[in-house]
Design a protein around this ligand. Structure first.
Ligand code: HEC
Ligand code: HEC
Ligand code: HEC
Length: 286
């Protein structure tokens, strides 16, 4: 009996310390992010036609502003009207994502209701502040993760000409730019010219994917500025001025690659990172 207890305890201890060791070893380079409950997915595109969750949030903010506005005017009727719709949308948080029901605090709504009934309008600003703190506590944990996961443009399934993967096309673009640089550095003008022609063509191909998402306000790619730089770059390739070539190539890389990477690639990378299995699951698998 005692022996089995000891064995049991030893095993427990070993398991615990193994767990502690994994965490300890990973601690310096591990960041735990809370991921939102899966129930939220249905309130976003593509599962839903609209970004329902986000629009409910906008309503909450507007309704709070209206309550504040009418509290200043001591307009009980309008406070009541806006508070009623606020309560309805506040409750929707828990209706849409049941596991988040515990994040809302109806006593804060009741407090404002009471102030309004008793004509204590001067109490309402402080009560709205408390409500804001309640909103903030959920936002601190989830706002940016949710915006990234559900609203950052998704490039996963985008292909060119129906079958070329975006990643492969990106790598081609990069190789073409680098080949121009290598060839101009080493005095191989014909190679540089050929790489330039390929690059111009690849950029035009890339420009076709913008329409996948920018349907209402088409994005020109290559833009006017890029086309101008391409013309200048092509001219410099006909002479052997390495400094000029380098300048135009650098300008092109910023206009045609870096600016888009700063928005679309960055947010897509974050989205991909957050969509991966949780850090804990990963930690344990290591
Ligand atoms: C249970 C969690 C939770 C609670 C409680 C909550 N929110 Fe949010 N809120 C979110 C999430 C998640 C987002 C991010 C949505 C997105 O970007 O698509 C968000 C985003 C917002 C936004 C958009 C922010 C922006 O600048 O883009 C507003 C406005 C907002 N919430 C208002 C409120 C108000 C007002 C309250 C309190 C009455 C509140 N929220 C309570 C989770 C919550
Ligand atoms: C997968 C969808 C998607 C694709 C493909 C895409 N975009 Fe965007 N883009 C967006 C969204 C959505 C925004 C709005 C801001 C945000 O959420 O990042 C945006 C914003 C922008 C902006 C800044 C805001 C503006 O409208 O001025 C520029 C510039 C831009 N895109 C250029 C391009 C170009 C050029 C291409 C093609 C080479 C492209 N995008 C391809 C989804 C996409
Ligand atoms: C639509 C905006 C956009 C433009 C313009 C753009 N890129 Fe990209 N790029 C992306 C996105 C999004 C990714 C991430 C794609 C992925 O991981 O599948 C990426 C990834 C890359 C990668 C990494 C590919 C890999 O193996 O993970 C390289 C290299 C690259 N781009 C080069 C370029 C070069 C060079 C240019 C300019 C000639 C350029 N890109 C223009 C959006 C853009």
């Amino acid at each position: 009996m005692f022996k089995s207890f000891v064995t049991f305890s030893v095993i427990q201890l070993l398991l615990l310390s193994a767990g502690a060791l994994i965490i300890y070893k990973h601690q310096p380079n591990t960041q735990l992010t809370k991921t939102p409950p899966p129930a939220l997915t249905q309130w976003y595109k593509p599962q839903n036609k609209r970004q329902v969750w986000l629009h409910n949030m906008f309503k909450l903010r507007r309704e709070m502003q209206a309550i504040e506005f009418y509290a200043q005017r001591q307009d009980s009727e309008n406070i009541n009207k806006w508070l009623t719709s606020f309560e309805q949308h506040y409750l929707k948080i828990g209706e849409m994502v049941p596991s988040w029901n515990n994040k809302i605090d109806l006593s804060l709504v009741t407090a404002i209701k009471n102030s309004n009934e008793h004509g204590s309008f001067d109490k309402i600003p402080a009560q709205l502040k408390q409500l804001t703190a309640n909103c903030q506590s959920c936002h601190d944990d989830y706002r940016s993760v949710v915006a990234t996961l559900y609203r950052a443009p998704n490039f996963t399934n985008i292909t060119l000409n129906g079958d070329i993967k975006l990643t492969d096309h990106m790598n081609n673009l990069s190789r073409q730019i680098n080949l121009i640089k290598i060839a101009t550095t080493d005095g191989l003008p014909t190679v540089a010219q050929a790489a330039f022609t390929q690059l111009s063509h690849s950029m035009e191909q890339l420009g076709k994917i913008c329409l996948n998402c920018h349907k209402n306000s088409p994005q020109a790619y290559p833009s006017m500025a890029m086309t101008q730089t391409l013309v200048k770059l092509e001219q410099t390739l006909q002479h052997e001025d390495q400094k000029q070539q380098g300048q135009q190539l650098g300008a092109l890389a910023v206009q045609a690659c870096a600016i888009c990477h700063g928005t679309h690639r960055l947010s897509f990378d974050n989205r991909t990172l957050l969509s991966q299995e949780s850090s804990w699951q990963k930690l344990l698998k290591h």
